[in-house]
Design a protein around this ligand. Structure first.
Ligand code: BTN
Length: 263
């Protein structure tokens, strides 16, 4: 089966540029596209065909980039790191959500070490600089495929967009590393740092379990803020041992939110 469709445009020069910076195990193989509907779609195709853990798909541009909750993810060509990483965790399905939280910690570390910006995490895995979102993570799990179950971990990092490049409804809430005053950093260096941090946190998750990831997540967490969720509203106060968000409601009761959108 081919890993591309007529809508995908492989770019061997881009593949060499990204590949040249990688030092660890992950990113081998690496597939690079000038344009694609979504790196997630390409990665799902490769995963279903038995691709190994650590396979990475990057693109300069996505025509139908996906965000969480069925939203779209829009970025001007060449201005964002758009990557999907294939994981084959030996975790039971109820624990797969821990991967998105571990990825948020890894991405935050990568942004800080490369661009020098202070990053905080809004549950479960939005990366903020100040109060604006600089990166998002989409973890899509599949329980079947030629190589068994897998997680397609999609990461979108806004690198060099100007304010006018964000859709008008997002302008007050989105930022890029450049707009946030970060040190100039290329997408290749960013991907290399992201994969290196991700390998470390992923290994920790499989050898030591979720507690150290929870600690690292909490050290960067946006807590104490009002949140609105499906069943009501309250103040985010803690991360539960299973990765849910603990919210204190108006009457003082604690509720744990395990999935769904938090505004
Ligand atoms: C979010 O809603 O915050 C998650 C956004 C994830 C976007 C990335 S960009 C690379 C990968 N391909 C996609 O279509 N989505 C993810």
């Amino acid at each position: 089966m081919s890993w591309t469709t007529p809508e995908d445009h492989p770019d061997p020069i881009l593949a060499r540029r990204f590949g040249a910076r990688l030092r660890g195990r992950w990113g081998r193989p690496l597939y690079a596209l000038g344009s694609t509907p979504s790196t997630q779609t390409v990665l799902h195709r490769l995963a279903a065909d038995g691709a190994p853990e650590g396979t990475v798909v990057v693109a300069d541009h996505q025509t139908r980039g996906r965000g969480r909750y069925g939203r779209s993810w829009v970025a001007s060509p060449g201005r964002a790191l758009l990557a999907s990483i294939l994981l084959r965790p030996a975790l039971p399905p109820p624990r797969l959500g821990e991967i998105g939280l571990a990825a948020a910690v890894a991405a935050a570390d990568a942004l800080e070490t490369t661009a020098g910006v202070a990053v905080r995490i809004k549950w479960p895995n939005d990366l903020l600089v100040g109060s604006k979102k600089v990166a998002g993570i989409l973890a899509e799990a599949a329980l079947e495929g030629a190589g068994g179950g897998y997680v397609a971990l999609g990461v979108g990092i806004n690198v060099s967009q100007g304010p006018e490049e964000f859709p008008s409804e997002l302008r007050g809430r989105a930022t890029s590393l450049a707009l946030a005053g970060g040190r100039p950093v290329g997408r290749e260096a960013l991907l290399a740092a992201l994969l290196a941090e991700l390998e470390v946190r992923y290994r920790t998750l499989s050898t030591e379990g979720f507690p150290p990831i929870r600690e690292a997540w909490l050290a960067r967490a946006v807590l104490g803020q009002r949140v609105v969720y499906g069943g009501g509203e309250g103040v985010a106060v803690d991360l539960a041992p299973d990765g849910g968000l603990i919210v204190r409601n108006g009457d003082g009761r604690l509720t744990t939110i395990v999935s769904g959108e938090v505004g």
